[in-house]
Design a protein. Structure first.
Length: 197
């Protein structure tokens, strides 16, 4: 199945999940993440904030844990005119405002912007990933451009409610793959990343 059809299918599948199940599976994904001990030894973690209308994974569970253990957390701030993202520092006293598409972002953005080169781990939003580590997102390409600007050593982790499919058709040469995929029941380490371990 190609990316467009997969995007439509899994977007509707996810929106049909009851909110109680979203909460339960978000915690299960977090418990899977906690098993990967080496990722918690890093310093800077970039993580998306959930769009509740889209039934996204509740990443505040991960954020609260990271802040509790003294890590630096950054969140995306999107520029829809330029189809780019800033990297903004998150803390407990930050003021968040709902922007376009229901995305929560800090105000004012410039007060919190930090260098993208600091990021050690990136948690990447997606609808589904395949067994090669390629992902289907919302189709705007924000994270593909963002990741290409990050340090190559940054660990890219995709979070999904659904198990991976065999293969995503029509992968573009500029599409970036994730290193690790997390579902409520499994952890997937992909071949390109295994060589770095």
């Amino acid at each position: 199945m190609n990316k467009k059809k997969l995007r439509e299918k899994y977007f509707h599948m996810r929106k049909s999940i009851p909110q109680k199940e979203i909460s339960r599976m978000s915690y299960e994904i977090f418990f899977q993440l906690k098993k990967i001990f080496f990722i918690w030894k890093k310093t800077y973690y970039h993580i998306f904030l959930p769009i509740y209308e889209y039934k996204e994974i509740d990443t505040f569970i991960m954020i609260n844990f990271l802040l509790k253990i003294g890590k630096c957390v950054t969140i995306p701030c999107s520029n829809f005119r330029e189809l780019s993202m800033d990297n903004c520092l998150f803390h407990n006293n930050i003021i968040l405002k709902k922007k376009k598409y229901g995305i929560l972002e800090p105000i004012p953005i410039h007060k919190y912007t930090v260098s993208i080169s600091l990021i050690d781990v990136i948690f990447i939003p997606l609808l589904i990933f395949d067994l090669k580590g390629y992902r289907v997102g919302y189709g705007k390409g924000f994270y593909d451009r963002f990741i290409s600007s990050c340090e190559k050593k940054a660990i890219k982790i995709g979070l999904s409610f659904f198990p991976p499919i065999g293969e995503i058709k029509n992968i573009h040469k500029n599409d970036l793959s994730i290193d690790i995929g997390i579902t409520p029941n499994h952890i997937f380490f992909f071949e390109k990343f295994k060589g770095k371990l």
